[in-house]
Ligand binder design. Structure first.
Ligand code: GLV
Ligand code: GLV
Length: 323
């Protein structure tokens, strides 16, 4: 008798095959987000749930899965998961920390460099048949010698700092609690307001929570340098989108590069997409074959441990009482 498992999207093949070897998998493979009615129906007999993509896990969902023993999500962020609800229902929840640190730091730093050096604009310029710079394509800006402000100094922040050091940047950071190893990271703690005022480039990597929702609003953009570059690679709702549109339109800041937006995806006629001083990528921070495979494997490890009644390899709510 195989375990009944629901997957809201496919894991990468090696991990999917490992799971399918011991589980009967109901897989949503029709693209987009699985409709809630379908998910509720599938959960009735499920003992495991694998989440990929934007699925909200809350009391209502958990009440449709009375036999659930484990939930494993293929992402490090878990703002879509009601952790207290998982604890109330006695269900361990696993995520994928660590394995996506370098890929996400690479993409984050790529956004900064692409924006500073106008890479995507240069490509559009060439594709439109132009070549000489200066008039239609403004010069970019050096990052060497500039001050980088990192908001949210976790593992990904530290990996971004390592890259920035190699590029000759000075690094300051803001965190809920200052890190005891900041000398090793090569970054200096600043208050949030002081970071906003001093940084030439700001990179946002903080998780989304009640405390960080709308952290960047009108007032915060007004405190930044008018030459500031703003990069968000965390979660869209950490930024008040209307305030960002205004700040870019009125040149309170120079430029934004975003891997995450609110809403996500952006509708085709969204004001952000009409601005000249912005670059948007479609939430691809961890989207490399190697990293997505490692995330899938860790997700499978978490799922299979939970089904066996063992502690998960990476568990967010380790205090849960196992069923
Ligand atoms: C992606 O955004 C993740 O949280 O892993
Ligand atoms: C990110 O900071 C992680 O812990 O993977």
């Amino acid at each position: 008798q195989k375990h009944q498992v629901v997957m809201t999207g496919a894991l990468m093949p090696p991990a999917l095959e490992r799971v399918q070897a011991v589980c009967e998998v109901k897989l949503w493979d029709q693209g987009g987000v699985i409709p809630r009615e379908v998910l509720f129906d599938w959960l009735r007999d499920a003992v495991g749930l694998v989440v990929t993509g934007k699925v909200r896990v809350d009391d209502e969902l958990l009440s449709h899965g009375p036999n659930l023993k484990v939930i494993a999500q293929s992402a490090v962020g878990y703002d879509n998961i009601d952790i207290p609800a998982c604890i109330r229902h006695g269900i361990p929840f696993g995520n994928t920390p660590g394995v996506l640190v370098d890929a996400t730091a690479d993409l984050t730093f790529t956004l900064l460099l692409s924006a500073a050096r106008r890479v995507h604009e240069g490509w559009n310029f060439v594709r439109e048949g132009h070549w000489s710079l200066g008039k239609d394509l403004p010069y970019g800006t050096d990052i060497r010698g500039k001050t980088l402000g990192i908001v949210g100094m976790g593992r990904i922040g530290a990996a971004v700092a390592a890259r920035a050091r190699a590029f000759g940047m000075k690094i300051i950071y803001y965190n809920r609690t200052p890190r005891s190893d900041e000398a090793a990271i090569g970054a200096t703690y600043q208050s949030f307001d002081s970071l906003l005022a001093q940084a030439d480039c700001i990179i946002v990597l903080t998780p989304l929570s009640a405390a960080t929702k709308g952290l960047f609003g009108r007032e915060q953009f007004a405190r930044m340098k008018p030459t500031a570059y703003f990069v968000n690679a965390s979660r869209g709702p950490v930024v008040d989108t209307a305030a960002l549109v205004e700040a870019l339109t009125t040149r309170k800041i120079a430029y934004a590069a975003l891997d995450v937006t609110d809403p996500e995806p952006l509708p085709a006629d969204h004001p952000l997409l009409k601005l000249p001083n912005i670059l948007v990528t479609p939430h691809i921070g961890s989207a490399t074959t190697e990293t997505r495979t490692a995330m899938s494997q860790l997700t499978a490890d978490n799922l299979l441990a939970g089904l066996a009644g063992k502690p998960l390899k990476a568990c967010v709510n380790g205090e849960v009482n196992y069923k």
